[in-house]
Design a protein around this ligand. Structure first.
Ligand code: HEC
Length: 107
């Protein structure tokens, strides 16, 4: 394999692993916005009818007791007994990007 091909391969591998909040925002808008809101503040169009209300990812109180790992679990497994459903169809890369987007909203 040529050096050029090898470096292209390495470049592709590293960009596949990089977390991309902009890509995460696209996943968010397609899957989460209706409840969690355009600005990730828990005020989506469906939020008014939901109990408990959707989490506000711009809240310091929310982040005080959460981290990337606990958020990943909540997205994959949902929150039983609440309208937060499990999202099993998202790829690991989508999830990484999505979490990077949510973390970008952390105050
Ligand atoms: C049908 C409405 C709805 C949709 C769609 C939805 N959520 Fe939620 N989500 C909720 C509600 C309601 C809660 C609050 C659950 C609770 O208080 O335990 C919640 C809570 C959460 C939490 C916090 C869990 C915790 O640790 O307390 C995270 C993270 C989350 N949602 C992420 C997402 C992501 C990411 C998406 C899109 C892939 C999404 N949600 C889509 C309604 C929704």
């Amino acid at each position: 394999m040529s050096i050029a091909a090898l470096s292209l391969l390495l470049l592709a591998a590293s960009s596949a692993q990089a977390k991309d909040p902009a890509a995460g925002q696209r996943v968010y808008l397609a899957n989460c916005m209706a409840c969690h809101g355009m600005n990730a503040d828990g005020k989506g169009p469906a939020a008014i009818s939901l109990q408990p209300p959707p989490s506000d990812f711009t809240s310091e109180t929310f982040w005080a007791t959460r981290d990337a790992a606990s958020i990943r679990t909540s997205i994959r497994a949902g929150r039983p007994g609440t309208p937060m459903m499990p999202f099993t169809q998202l790829s690991d890369a989508d999830l990484d990007n999505l979490i990077a987007f949510l973390e970008s909203k952390r105050p």
